[in-house]
Design a protein around this ligand. Sequence first.
Ligand SMILES: Cc1ncc(COP(=O)(O)O)c(C=O)c1O
Length: 268
Amino acid sequence: MLATFATEHRVHLICDEIYAGSVFAKPEFVSIAEVIDDVPGCNRDLIHIAYSLSKDFGLPGFRVGIIYSYNDAVVSCARKMSSFGLVSSQTQHFLAAMLSDAAFMTRFLEESAARLAARHDRFTSGLREVGIGCLRGNAGLFSWMDLRGMLRDATPEAELELWRLIIHKVKLNVSPGTSFHCGEPGWFRVCHANMDDDTMEVALDRIRRFVRQHQHQKAKAERWATSSRGKQLRLSMPRRGAVTAASFFALSTPMGLQSPQSPMVPAS
Ligand SMILES: Cc1ncc(COP(=O)(O)O)c(C=O)c1O
């Protein structure tokens, strides 16, 4: 369908197949290279594939990528450009040996898929325990975690506020959906594949504790709202100096979502 669209509208189709070897559940990966023969009248000059060893093989530091194009002009240009980013002969030698070892490659990709599946299951089921859902995924190193229910309001600003809180208080480096142009605030991309099992459990525990704390604060705020409904409200300020960082953090908003960037956060 994409190839037909590209041909009809004369636009280039660049397929980023960087997660081709990180599929851990059905449906299986199908490369554009496998289907273009079946696309009637497909203009191959418009089809290009990008790949890298960074994800499937966990080798981002090698800085090795691949451009596979059916367009001779693109291949010729890429070849010339590659002289600006040559990889060492040792790297080339190592990768040639690895990629041509069919038995190793089969074993590696099978084992990697099994581990990714196990990690994905563990992470998503761990989050489910505290009522946090994730988008269903079948490939890659990431989960999309749904924290929409924790936003102050459904805006990109509120998402970034929550993101800062996660960075500074929970001490986890997750990516806000806005940085990927996600149209709906509240989704966060979590890489769950680049650490050992113990570290993943620590991260999971921290997220769960954070979510539970939030749920507790929210329930408290709702109870307070219900019980005070109809009562005459009186503003009562704490004594000067009586506000600890912890109590300020917990009570400064009904949801406990004080931005760490706020000038009102007490200096520590
Ligand atoms: C979809 C996708 N394409 C390409 C890249 C770039 O990979 P590399 O580290 O090899 O430049 C990334 C890395 O995050 C990615 O997620």
